[in-house]
Design a protein around this ligand. Structure first.
Ligand SMILES: *Cc1c(COP(=O)(O)O)cnc(C)c1O
Length: 399
């Protein structure tokens, strides 16, 4: 790539990465970001890029947001870490905010989405175990993504992620996405939980149907099965409500959050209804880093800013705005998703070429397979920035 030759720093870092970093990410995009502000990343090639991926739904307030910078400075000057042997002010205040925003009763903090889902799986098993019931089986959807730990990669219904790690943990089974009949067929007496994304992100931004979401929630309530909604990507306002469960108007027993919660710092959370949460007794679960004073204070600033700046209804409005400006573009057959979690389906197998052309034009998007572009912009993105994307993609596609 010609660009890399002109940039000695990028060249050096690529060589170091190839020599020392385990090759799990394959060949990365040849870009090295050195700073960022708002929706824009500055690369070592001297160019600016409009960031429509936000670190995969992480940078919900964009980059270098003053509220985050201020929280980081304030938290860093007080206390980074003290362990969960002691009470932690920002942890308790964040717990209250998260529970209220998502209409759940209790929370546990960890460091990532996978850990949050891992905790959810443990809570489901503990819940039934303590009721003296043998209901350890967890159902999840095909084409789902739930993380990389052994349990969550097993729950991830895609062989490409887990087949080489056998023996996988027991007690998992899979249902066809959006197919209530298949779910009914898989309901054996040992099923204790259903783990579901309401919009499958990694596999191409596929939302479940409204009827399916309601039917699953009703079925879970009837059968005493715990409904776990994986909101790691859909949570924190992304879909135009604090959680996608709220967007769909359904109630979960357990939800998991991560990506956007720390605005760029690693934090995950598992939330549950009181009766379910009560299954964890002292010693049943824990974390060294989870919920530490520093990260919680920053996450608190993220949630406060989202509320003060009205970013959740704005995410909904901006998503609809972008959907309507893309609706008339020839070569785009569908724009799926809710709020600022959108998949753009193309007429031809040119997702990678179009992604690269957009990058060349200074706009970063993701692609899934050969026909889908994926965007997860910061919730703070402006109408003008979205308009600039809509114009560029139209001109690229028509060429
Ligand atoms: C990203 C993601 C995860 C995994 O989160 P990590 O922080 O990478 O462990 C789990 N579930 C969903 C839906 C995700 O999008």
């Amino acid at each position: 790539m010609s660009m890399t030759n002109k940039d000695p720093l990028l060249q050096e870092i690529i060589e170091l990465d190839q020599q020392y970093y385990m090759n799990v990410f394959g060949e990365r995009s040849p870009l090295l970001f050195t700073s960022a502000t708002g929706s824009w990343l500055q690369a070592s090639d001297g160019r600016s890029y409009l960031d429509l991926l936000a670190g995969i739904a992480v940078n919900v307030l964009g980059h270098q947001h003053p509220a985050i910078q201020q929280a980081i400075q304030s938290a860093a000057s007080k206390l980074l870490h003290c362990s969960n042997l002691y009470y932690i002010e920002s942890q308790s205040r964040l717990a209250e905010k998260c529970c209220q925003a998502s209409a759940m009763d209790k929370i546990f903090f960890c460091n990532s989405g996978a850990e949050a889902n891992e905790a959810a799986i443990k809570l489901v098993r503990a819940y039934h175990h303590k009721k003296g019931e043998q209901r350890s089986r967890i159902l999840s959807a095909r084409e789902s993504f739930h993380g990389r730990t052994l349990a969550t990669v097993t729950a991830t219904g895609q062989a490409k992620y887990n087949s080489i790690f056998a023996p996988l943990p027991e007690g998992f089974d899979y249902v066809d996405f959006n197919d209530i009949e298949d779910l009914k067929r898989k309901l054996s007496p040992d099923v204790g939980g259903i783990l579901l994304e309401l919009i499958q992100g990694e596999s191409g931004v596929h939302p479940v149907n409204q009827e399916y979401a309601e039917a699953v929630a009703a079925l879970c309530a009837e059968e005493g099965i715990l409904l776990i909604i994986d909101e790691v990507q859909t949570g924190i306002g992304r879909t135009g409500a604090f959680t996608a469960a709220q967007s769909y108007g359904i109630e979960a027993d357990i939800i998991t959050l991560a990506k956007g919660l720390g605005g760029g710092l690693p934090i995950g959370a598992m939330l549950a209804k009181a009766e379910v949460a009560a299954a964890f007794s002292p010693g049943d679960h824990g974390s060294t880093f989870g919920g530490n004073p520093f990260v919680c204070e920053v996450a608190l600033a993220v949630l406060t800013t989202i509320k003060d700046k009205n970013l959740i209804p704005e995410a909904k409005r901006k998503g609809e705005l972008l959907k309507s400006s893309l609706a008339t573009v020839d070569g785009i057959t569908e724009v799926r998703g809710l709020g600022l979690m959108l998949g753009i389906e193309l007429e031809s197998d040119q997702a990678i070429e179009i992604k690269e052309a957009l990058c060349e034009a200074g706009i970063l998007v993701g692609s899934v397979g050969t026909r889908t572009l994926r965007i997860l912009p910061p919730l703070t993105i402006s109408d003008e920035e979205l308009g600039c994307f809509a114009e560029k993609i139209e001109s690229i596609i028509t060429k």
